[in-house]
Design a protein around this ligand. Structure first.
Ligand code: ACM
Length: 263
């Protein structure tokens, strides 16, 4: 199967402009099974005030970002995982839409909120789900979720072979550490990260680019430049993530000792 990662520099609050940019970047896309877009890919990230978030947050599936992603999923005949600010009756969530050519598969709401996200968003209530999409079994994390080994572990134990990971990473250690999440769970992690910088008026955040796809051995099989813009693709065999045996004597999951992990 083929995974595509889209990396670019979104413009703060310019949802329509950003959707046009992504549409242009997808024009010459090759055949894909899974496309991952960054966290909050069309809205911007570092909100200056609640009203800014209110301007770009949208209900799912009615909003313009969802509409565009569903259209791209049909055009590309691919599953797309894309980050967007979701508005429900009472809450804002930092969400990832999981879209297939036939419609919305699900919405994952970020469980672990980073920094000033806590001012505006509610933490996702879970559960962490795995989707059997025929060719592969998909789990989803959003950016800072990587920092919690339990998150990737839970998805792995539920059968995920590929974790799609929409991101707006700012910490320099993240991409390296994410390789360990893949290694310790023997699965693929596809991180779509944005680049550029944003200010909340007091402080500037710089997004690190360097999107990557990591294999079940923790090796990078795709790694983009920090300020690259484009669609980057790699072929993978998800069956590699089904094999949890690491020596003739060891199986990563069967060797676990949950009896010792009880708190
Ligand atoms: C992050 O969670 N956007 C760093």
């Amino acid at each position: 199967m083929r995974i595509g990662i889209l990396q670019y520099r979104p413009r703060y609050l310019d949802r329509e402009g950003n959707l046009d940019t992504v549409e242009g970047l997808l024009k010459s896309a090759p055949a894909l099974d899974l496309l991952v877009l960054p966290e909050l890919f069309a809205s911007g990230y570092f909100f200056r005030r609640r009203e800014d978030l209110e301007r770009v947050a949208e209900p799912i599936p009615e909003g313009p970002t969802t509409e565009a992603v569903l259209r791209w999923a049909r055009q590309l005949n691919a599953v797309i995982v894309a980050g967007l600010p979701e508005r429900t009756g009472e809450h804002f969530y930092n969400s990832a839409l999981i879209a297939s050519p036939t419609g919305v598969v699900d919405v994952y709401r970020k469980a672990h909120l980073f920094y000033e996200e806590k001012r505006y968003f509610s933490p996702g209530p879970g559960p962490l789900r795995v989707y059997d999409l025929g060719r592969f079994r998909l789990g989803v994390m959003i950016c800072y979720d990587w920092r919690f080994p339990e998150c990737a572990r839970t998805l792995a134990l539920k059968g995920a072979e590929v974790i799609a990971h929409p991101s707006n990473l700012v910490r320099p250690e993240a991409q390296e550490a994410i390789r360990i999440r893949a290694l310790e769970n023997r699965l693929f992690i596809a991180t779509a990260n944005r680049w550029g910088e944003e200010s909340n008026g007091k402080e500037v955040l710089r997004f690190t680019g360097h999107s990557q796809v990591v294999d079940p051995n923790g090796e990078r099989i795709l790694f983009t430049e920090p300020q690259a813009t484009g669609l980057f693709c790699v072929d993978i065999d998800p069956a590699l993530a089904r094999e949890k045996r690491i020596t003739a004597w060891n199986d990563l999951f069967l060797d676990r000792r949950p009896d010792l992990y009880e708190l």
